[in-house]
Design a protein around this ligand. Structure first.
Ligand code: NAP
Length: 312
């Protein structure tokens, strides 16, 4: 059985904390007594998060940086250790995606998606591991996706990067057995974050998550549970989570048939949109706030057929 951590006074670096899963996880960890070092490219958004954490009685160091820049990553970890004396937990959450058919995606989008979504996790892990090893303990918690073990049309580069990240995390877990360093993963369903307001698209139409969309707090609460009992893989949703994994195990052709028939339709609205780069290479400063514009699907609607994606 995994051991239990008392989170009070623990030190965590949270990447991708300027919005979405990273933002909400940082807030929830802070509520549990964790002292934070939060990072992303948008300093102004991180300062808003810091203000919210301080208002609730927490501690929060803001270190902006780009996960594709090794010097930034090293600096964030250095500043965290300089401020708090150590780092106990790394929550890897920063990611980007780009919508389009594979042969339509500019090559730079494919490599950038990997550089942020996959190699960004590797860079932060390599920067904290020497500290974890010297301390004899540490916890690397990776925000994964149901696409880390699944598939979807229009998101081939993102899905590939997520698969790679899960394979890496599972291999690292084997390497680190017995060192006191734990690896955890949370398999995230569609959640209400600005990811869909920021992502570039080659389709000329506004993208939306595969329904149903869950409240982002579902994931943040799973992050806190993993922080308390590290070394596990959490699948917090039932319908777009445990049920889907079970169905894919016993009848993989069912899920594939649904995605082949409806996958593109479910992810695109009819609203015209020209957003060829989104937040891929530079942040979208005038963001839509930490939770984005797509509301969670009400619980009573989750088991019904998804409504036709609307034009907002
Ligand atoms: N939303 C979903 O439905 C969903 C589903 C499955 C998995 N996930 C996973 O959840 C995690 C968080 O995504 P989200 O939904 O919360 O999306 P989000 O709101 O767009 O958050 C992405 C975060 O990554 C940061 N980021 C992007 N590029 C960066 C870079 N080059 N360097 C540093 N930070 C960078 C962004 O901040 P800046 O722009 O300020 O840098 C932002 O804080 C990701 O790992 C994603 O794969 C999300």
């Amino acid at each position: 059985m995994a051991h239990r951590e008392d989170l009070k006074g623990q030190i965590a670096i949270v990447t991708g904390a300027s919005s979405g899963v990273g933002w909400q996880s940082a807030l929830r960890l802070s509520e549990a007594g964790v002292k934070l070092c939060v990072t992303a490219r948008r300093r102004s958004a991180l300062e808003k998060l810091r203000a919210e954490v301080l208002q609730r009685g927490g501690e929060c160091l803001v270190c902006e940086g780009d996960v594709t820049v090794p010097e930034d990553v090293e600096r964030v970890v250095r500043e965290c250790v300089a401020r708090y004396g150590r780092v106990d937990l790394l929550v890897n959450a920063a990611a980007v995606q780009s919508y389009g058919h594979f042969d339509q995606l500019p090559w730079e989008h494919i490599t950038r998606v990997f550089d942020v979504t996959c190699f960004g996790y590797f860079r932060f892990a390599r920067a904290v591991l020497p500290h974890f090893r010297a301390q004899g303990h540490g916890h690397l918690l990776n925000v994964q996706s149901m696409l880390s073990s699944g598939s979807a049309p229009l998101l081939s580069a993102y899905a590939a990067a997520k698969h790679a990240t899960l394979g890496w995390a599972q291999s690292l877990e084997l390497e680190l057995a017995g060192t006191g360093i734990h690896i955890s993963n949370v398999m995230v369903p569609s959640v209400s974050t600005p990811m869909f307001d920021h992502a570039p698209t080659m389709l000329g139409k506004k993208p939306v998550p595969v329904p149903p969309t869950y409240d982002v707090d579902l994931v943040a609460r799973a992050v806190v549970r993993l922080a308390r009992r590290p070394g596990r893989t959490s699948v917090p949703a039932f319908l777009q989570g445990r049920l889907m994994l079970w169905l894919n195990g016993i009848a993989p052709s069912v899920g594939k048939a649904v995605l082949r028939r409806y996958g593109e339709w479910m992810q695109t609205t009819t609203t015209p949109l020209h957003r060829p780069e989104g937040n891929l290479f530079a942040p979208v400063e005038e963001g839509v706030g930490p939770r984005g514009s797509v509301p969670p699907t009400p619980a009573w609607l989750r088991f019904t057929a998804p409504p036709a994606p609307a034009s907002p």
